[in-house]
Structure formats: structure tokens, C-alpha cells
Design a protein around this ligand. Structure first.
Ligand SMILES: [Zn+2]
Ligand SMILES: [Zn+2]
Length: 590
């Protein structure tokens, strides 16, 4: 497995990024002494700083280049960062001409927090730290100022709109170049662009934001992915169930969703009761288990259902298939005896590994997502139960020898989880599979099984989704493969192009045989020129294009143009079909 540099150097990189935000503020003040400063935090891949320029000025791309140049000068000068505590009174004097800083000072004062300031050259900033000791530690070629955007002070529309200046920063010039290249590559692979070109899906205003519709090719891709999951589940003993999409509020009172889960839509009235479209499926699974009698002998009970949930995501956060309001989960809940936890989780881990190998994703790490220990009100269940669950997950992960990290404040409200972070073809990381260990919902739903001595015992619930959501997974896969899916996943696996009408009969015969073998094949015998039809098939990224003419008819062969290869190869039809079926069965990654 590749080392994840960004995890090991997290602190160092944080300090570099945050120090650069200070330098950006200095550069801005050098140009506009009257600029008002907001905040300058570290973000993914870099940093930003918010400013209010004098007289409503908006910096130009030239200005941004100027800031970057000035920052580079400061880096080379070797300026130290020196921090010390300061009293509220002194801080108010120091930042008398900075209204946003005064706003922060007042807030910290009311919260009884200590104030610290950091000095770089002549510049003081109110800041709680995380800096380099000296700007010399910042690689001069490892950062760049990229763009600006409007941002309200404290994110509220009631406040002034400030100018947010963004920068990228890495531990070296090479790392920055690699990131810029990755961004460029990501743009080419954007699933929203490819989804349109390849006629996979669409999102239209009349249906609503975050509610994607799938064209036949997109629906086929869905079906293929979900079919693979269902095959993998069946062989591991998971049983399909089915549940409705709207549900009486009573169920979510029992589960705690009404109290703790904020992405639910406003309910509708049916027979004077509140009904909700479901945001999650767990409560329904609990009810199915509860309404049957279970003995210790029949545990574990493994229920699964691929079903759509509806969540009230903010419109500003919606994006293509990766952030939607209708998301389909390959959801699964296992009801187990406590002594079965490890074996059941192992079975899930085994499935996750096998499934992801089928998509050519083998580079991953596990995040153990724990409670926010400072804000326990967000969760149901007591400390003891949480500690047991968190420790159990930690032990299981340690045994696998896989790379892992622990993250506070990432748990579900009913239990800790394992999140699987996969690296795609261009090195981006995605959170996909998840396994959650839950001692709380069984309690709330009063679930039990009968043990050897005829006593009622509480089972444990393990929640699991391998794809996470089909929509998001498809978005990730479209970008991972840049639309050039391996044969087994391709909506259209073979496209037949007869050179002219004269060969229509032979083409028809070839079509029938390929289709009869269970291969997804399309015929393009339109009046367009052969060149144009080949170009269209290439835009669709069809793995095999068969060009049929005089030569093929006479010899009873097919000439195959394989995606990504220059010259075509001629084979007997039987050989071609055999090769294709074999490649599909192996789920070969192209
Ligand atoms: Zn700072
Ligand atoms: Zn669940």
C-alpha cells in the first residue's frame, strides 16, 4: 500500500498553510493599508483569508500575482513567528481599526477565552497558533494564490460581504505541481460533464435540485453495479427485505431520528398523523426483526435492502451525483449475539475487499469514527455502551493490519463506525463503505432473542453499506475511470458498425449472436459516414467497436477495434464472443 504522506505530515503542513495566511494578510496590507481583516483558517489543500478592501475594491488577477510575489519575498527573508498572550484591553487597543477582529475579541471575551497574538515582522494577528517558527520553513515554490470569492462575515447574509482570497499550499514545489495536475485531470473527468456526454444521467429544474434522473445507459450502469453487490451478498447469506418510502413519525420517535437527525423533510399529514419520507432505513429493519421471534440458534440475522432515502441537504452543497437529495443505499443490518460481532464484521470486511477489487480500487485506509467526547448530547446511549463499541471496532481494525486513523466527532448518533477511505485513479480520496456497531437502537426498539436458558437477551446491530450510496458511487466511478469503464461495467460493451448498407444482413447476424450470448451490444447502421460513427462510439467510450465490410463477410470474421488501441484485429466471431465473456466474468480492470 502506498504511504499517505498527507496523514503523517499533517501538523507540519497545517503550520505551513496557516502561516501563509498571515503572510497573505501582510501582503494585502502592504497594498491597501486600510483593508479590514476577517479570519484566515487552513482548509483542504491550502488556506484562505477574508478581507474588506478600502472603497469596495475587488482585487484583480494581477493583484493576486502581486500578493503571491510579496509573500514569496517574506518567505525568503526568514521572518520569525512570535506568539504571546494578551489582555482583552490591550487586544482592543491593538486592533482598534479592525472591526472584525474587535468582533472576535468581544466573542472570546464573553466566552472567557485567553487571547493570543502572533507577530510576523511588523504584523500582529489575533490567532491561537499553529505556525512555523520561521518563514524559512515554508517552501517558496510550494504555494500559489488561486482565486477570490465573496463570503459574508461569519457566514451571515445580514453581515458585510468580504473578499475571500484562496491559496493552495503543499510541503514542496513538486507536491503543488502534482496537485495542480490532479485538478486539471479532475476537470476532464468531471462526472457531470461526462454524464451528459455519455448520456448517463441528468438533473433538471422541473424535477428539482439534487434529484438525478438516469437515462437507459445510466440505469444499466446502476443495475450492473447493484447486481454485483446483490450477488456478493447472496453468497454471504444476506437476505433481501423490502420497506416503504414514507413512514409515520412514531417510528422516528422511537429511533431518535426526530430528536437527533436534522436532514429530515417536513412531514405530510395522512389520517391526521405526521408521515415522513424516510431519510434512513435502520428503524424499518429494527421493526422487521422485532416482529418475529428469534432464538440464539438462528442468529446472526442478516437483512439487506437497496433502497432510496431522501435527505434535506442544503442547495448550496448539492453537486452532480456526489451530493444529492435522493440517495440509494445498499443498506444492510445484521442482528447478532455479542460473541458474533467479530466474525460478522470480518465477513463485511471480506466483502468490501472483494467488491472494491472489482472496481480496481485497492488503495485504502480505515477511519475509526468516534464520538465527539466534548458534546455527548448529540448521541443516544451511555458512556459504557459507547466505550465498549468503540473499543471493539478498534480491536478488529488493529487485527487486520490495515492502515487506519481515529477521528473524533465522526460517529453516527447511535454508534461508532468504520469508514473506508479509497484513493481513486488520480489520487483523490473518497469515503465510501461504512460499518457501524450499535448497542443503542436494539435498546430503544427493545429487540431481543431467546438464549439457551430461555432468557431474553439483547442482540447487537451492525449497520453496513458497501457502496455507500449508488448515486455517489457512480459519480466516483465515472471520474475514477474517466468514463472508460472496464468491460463488465460498460453500459454498451460492443458496438457494430457495418461499413455500408450492403453488409446489413451479415451485421444483423453478428448482432444476434453476440446479443444471444448475453453481451450488451448496439448496432449503428445509421446513414452517417463510417468515420463519424466511429467517432461517436469513441465518445461513448465503447470497449469494442466491430467494423464489418466485404473482408469480414467473406471470411465470416469480425474486425475488432479495442478502446485505447490503434489498430484493429480480425478474429472469428466465436473467438471474439469467448474472449469477451471471459473478460466480463473475470471483471478484468482495463
Ligand atoms: Zn495564526
Ligand atoms: Zn442503519
Amino acid at each position: 500500500m502506498v504511504e499517505w504522506d498527507d496523514m503523517e505530515n499533517a501538523d507540519k503542513l497545517f503550520n505551513i498553510r496557516h502561516s501563509l495566511a498571515h503572510l497573505l494578510a501582510i501582503a494585502v496590507l502592504e497594498k491597501d493599508l486600510g483593508a479590514k481583516l476577517g479570519i484566515g483558517p487552513v482548509i483542504d489543500n491550502g488556506f484562505y483569508y477574508d478581507f474588506e478592501f478600502s472603497n469596495g475594491y475587488t482585487p484583480t488577477p494581477e493583484d493576486l500575482k502581486g500578493f503571491e510575489k510579496a509573500m514569496r519575498k517574506m518567505v525568503n527573508k526568514g521572518l520569525p513567528f512570535e506568539g504571546h498572550e494578551i489582555s482583552v484591553g490591550d487586544a482592543k487597543k491593538l486592533f482598534a481599526s479592525q472591526p472584525y477582529k474587535l468582533d472576535l475579541i468581544n466573542e472570546f471575551e464573553s466566552e472567557g477565552k485567553n487571547l493570543t497574538i502572533y507577530k510576523t515582522g511588523e504584523f500582529d494577528d489575533l490567532c491561537k497558533g499553529g505556525h512555523v517558527d520561521n518563514t524559512k520553513e515554508i517552501p517558496a515554490d510550494g504555494f500559489t494564490i488561486t482565486h477570490t470569492a465573496g463570503a459574508y462575515w461569519r457566514g451571515s447574509e445580514k453581515n458585510t460581504m468580504l473578499t475571500r482570497i484562496y491559496g493552495l499550499a503543499f510541503e514542496s514545489g513538486e507536491a503543488l505541481d502534482a496537485h495542480l495536475k490532479q485538478m486539471e485531470e479532475a476537470k476532464k473527468r468531471d462526472h457531470r460533464k461526462l454524464g451528459k456526454e455519455m448520456e448517463l444521467f441528468t438533473i433538471i429544474d422541473e424535477v428539482g435540485a439534487g434529484l438525478p434522473l438516469f437515462y437507459p445507459k445510466g440505469a444499466l450502469l446502476r443495475k450492473t453495479i447493484e447486481g454485483f453487490i446483490s450477488e456478493q451478498q447472496e453468497k454471504r447469506g444476506y437476505k433481501d427485505i423490502w420497506i416503504p418510502h414514507i413512514t409515520k413519525g412514531t417510528l422516528y420517535e422511537i429511533s431518535g431520528h426526530l430528536d437527533k437527525y436534522d436532514a429530515m423533510y417536513t412531514p405530510m399529514k395522512i389520517d391526521e398523523h405526521d408521515y415522513y419520507v424516510k431519510p434512513m432505513n435502520c428503524p424499518h429493519f429494527m421493526m422487521l426483526y422485532k416482529t418475529l421471534q428469534h432464538s440464539y440458534k438462528e442468529l446472526p440475522v442478516r437483512y439487506t435492502c437497496t433502497t432510496t432515502n431522501y435527505r434535506n441537504e442544503k442547495s448550496g452543497e448539492l453537486s452532480g451525483l456526489t451530493r444529492v437529495r435522493s440517495l440509494t443505499q445498499d443498506d444492510c443490518h445484521v442482528f447478532a449475539r455479542p460473541d458474533q460481532i467479530e466474525k460478522e464484521i470480518d465477513l463485511m470486511l471480506d466483502m468490501i475487499k472483494e467488491v472494491y477489487a472489482g472496481f480496481g480500487l485497492s488503495d485504502f485506509y480505515v477511519r475509526i469514527s468516534l464520538r465527539d467526547s466534548k458534546n455527548k448530547d448529540k448521541y443516544i446511549g451511555n458512556d459504557e455502551v459507547w466505550n465498549t463499541a468503540e473499543n471493539a471496532l478498534r480491536d478488529i481494525v488493529k487485527k487486520t493490519g490495515w492502515k487506519y486513523e481515529e477521528a473524533e466527532d465522526e460517529a453516527a448518533f447511535y454508534g461508532p463506525k468504520l469508514d473506508f477511505m479509497f484513493k481513486d485513479a488520480i489520487g483523490r480520496q473518497w469515503q465510501l463503505s461504512t460499518i457501524q456497531l450499535d448497542f443503542n437502537l436494539p435498546e430503544r426498539f427493545d429487540l431481543n432473542y431467546i438464549d439457551e436458558s430461555n432468557e431474553k437477551i439483547r442482540p447487537v446491530v451492525i449497520h453496513r453499506a458497501v457502496l455507500g450510496s449508488t448515486e455517489r458511487f457512480m459519480g466516483v466511478m465515472i471520474e475514477h475511470f474517466a468514463g472508460a469503464f472496464p468491460l463488465w461495467l460498460s453500459p454498451v460493451q460492443v458496438k457494430i458498425l457495418p461499413i455500408s448498407e450492403k453488409f446489413a444482413e451479415y451485421a444483423g447476424k453478428v448482432y444476434k449472436e453476440i446479443s444471444g450470448a448475453g453481451i450488451r451490444v448496439e448496432m449503428d447502421d445509421s446513414a452517417e459516414s463510417l468515420g463519424k460513427r466511429i467517432r461517436t462510439a469513441k465518445i461513448e467510450k465503447v470497449p469494442f467497436i466491430l467494423v464489418l465490410g466485404e473482408k469480414e463477410v467473406e471470411a465470416g470474421t469480425v474486425t475488432v477495434e479495442m478502446r485505447g488501441k490503434e489498430a484493429g484485429e480480425t478474429h472469428s466471431l466465436a473467438d471474439f464472443i469467448e474472449y469477451t465473456l471471459d473478460d466480463i466474468a473475470k471483471k478484468a480492470i482495463w
